[in-house]
Design a protein around this ligand. Structure first.
Ligand SMILES: [Cu+2]
Length: 244
């Protein structure tokens, strides 16, 4: 216990120095940017991965404002586009049918074993979309979690909605890359979520300066999504009103 007082004294000095630095840099915390590349267990880029960043302390940094209005999920060529969307708690999604036939959107149990209940259940039919599409009312989402989307008429259709507990999030592109901006500098916890994951991916703890490039590796290899089938050329599906 001999060292305890001196350790305390050192800590006090260090804290005073940190406080002084804080005063010197002013009340506005500098915003930092995280650049991340997510790869699968096979080393290939993992698209459609949600990246969520939780700062250790939010300091004076303002959380990013949620996108105004609802996030739009289109139904196009038998697909939900985008395949994965993220909203903060209190955000909303809206569905717009751009295909020349009806879709009947519904929520499904998710996860690899189909045992993850959607955080909210809903279903509705959207008529064949015209030039501007047939649109749903906004669906408001209050609790963090996931929703697996399907279509009652087209069993292969799958989409995902994730409500992120942190307002700092992004989704990786085809090259597995994403960028999260407006973060407070300092300690962060980085989490990733992919629709194909069997279990939670281990979070990373990192120190964020003004800018940081990092990589996350999934503990599995995401499946390759099949190419879209252009709706207008698919003979298996008739015009609006016919039974699919
Ligand atoms: Cu459909």
């Amino acid at each position: 216990m001999n060292h305890f007082p001196s350790f305390t004294a050192l800590t006090t000095v260090a804290m005073a120095a940190l406080l002084a630095l804080g005063v010197a840099t002013g009340p506005a915390a500098r915003a930092a940017t995280l650049h991340i590349t997510v790869i699968g267990a096979d080393g290939r880029p993992a698209a459609d991965t949600v990246v969520m960043v939780q700062p250790g302390t939010t300091g004076q940094a303002a959380a990013p404002a949620p996108a105004p209005g609802a996030v739009v999920v289109e139904q196009k060529d038998f697909r939900f586009v985008p395949y994965v969307v993220v909203v903060p708690p209190g955000g909303a999604v809206r569905f717009v049918n751009k295909d020349p036939f009806d879709h009947h959107i519904r929520t499904l149990p998710g996860g690899p074993l189909g045992k993850v209940a959607p955080i909210k259940t809903f279903e509705f039919r959207l008529a064949a979309g015209g030039r501007h599409g047939d649109t749903s009312e906004p669906v408001k989402l209050d609790l963090p979690g996931t929703i697996l989307l399907g279509c009652h008429l087209h069993g292969s259709m799958r989409g995902h909605v994730l409500v992120s507990a942190t307002p700092w999030f992004a989704v990786t592109d085809e090259r597995g890359r994403a960028r999260v901006e407006g973060l407070p500098e300092g300690a962060i916890e980085l989490k990733v979520w992919h629709p194909d994951q069997l279990g939670e991916q281990a979070p990373q703890r990192l120190q964020l300066g003004p800018s940081l490039g990092t990589e996350a590796r999934l503990d599995f290899t995401p499946r390759r999504r099949p190419a879209p089938r252009p709706a207008s050329t698919d003979p298996a599906y008739g015009p609006p009103g016919t039974t699919n």
